[in-house]
Write a protein that binds this ligand. Structure first.
Ligand SMILES: Cc1cc2nc3c(=O)[nH]c(=O)nc-3n(C[C@H](O)[C@H](O)[C@H](O)COP(=O)(O)O)c2cc1C
Length: 182
């Protein structure tokens, strides 16, 4: 069975995109019997890193934990909001704080917004960063618009059949990549 890690990228008080991270955790359990862990950047509370992990003399414990999680994962699903057309600084801080962990790592992206466009602009910047790190990007995305209306606080989708159909699209590709790179 593949090991999948979900990254919940918003550290904002009152955040909404974490609902989508919880949804995917449930989806993977329900449909693939996978117990995915969530790297919650709010909980991790990483400091602003001034260097990559491999060059740090006293790396923060949270960064070491994240590095291990990603190294051990067969695939990673990043759930990210869109902030001013890009992805959150907390996610950039974490991605850049690592390095080889991303090499040939299958990565899927789910983007979340409170507006009508499903955070589609974030795909350009986050996809490019992951490509630079030589991650294997799943060529299919999961986009959530009006998250406050489409998912409950505990990650239940208002329209389960549509959400599950869209989730199946990226999870199928992520699990395939995770299998061939294992
Ligand atoms: C600093 C900031 C910038 C934002 N910029 C955008 C944006 O460019 N496009 C968009 O659709 N929503 C934008 N939003 C709204 C988010 O879509 C909204 O907060 C959503 O709930 C996802 O983020 P969250 O998980 O932090 O709640 C922005 C929110 C913040 C806090």
């Amino acid at each position: 069975m593949q090991k999948i890690t979900i990254i919940s990228s918003s550290v904002r008080q009152g955040r909404m995109s974490n609902r989508v991270a919880l949804y995917f955790k449930n989806y993977l359990k329900e449909n693939h019997q996978i117990n995915a862990g969530i790297i919650d950047l709010q909980e991790m509370s990483l400091p602003l890193l001034n260097e990559r992990l491999k060059y740090l003399e006293n790396p923060p414990t949270a960064l070491l934990r994240i590095s291990e999680e990603i190294k051990n994962a067969d695939g990673v699903l990043i759930v990210t909001p869109e902030y001013n057309g890009g992805y959150p600084a907390a996610l950039k801080n974490m991605i850049d704080g690592l390095g080889e962990e991303w090499y040939r790592k299958p990565v899927a992206i789910a983007t979340v917004s409170s507006g009508a466009f499903g955070a589609s602009q974030v795909l350009t910047s986050l996809g490019f960063t992951l490509w630079k790190l030589k991650a294997l990007l799943v060529p299919s995305f999961f986009q959530v618009a009006k998250v406050q209306e489409s998912f409950t606080e505990h990650g239940s989708p208002v329209d389960k059949s549509i959400s599950d159909k869209n989730a199946a699209n990226i999870i199928k590709e992520l699990l395939w990549l995770a299998t061939i790179t294992k």
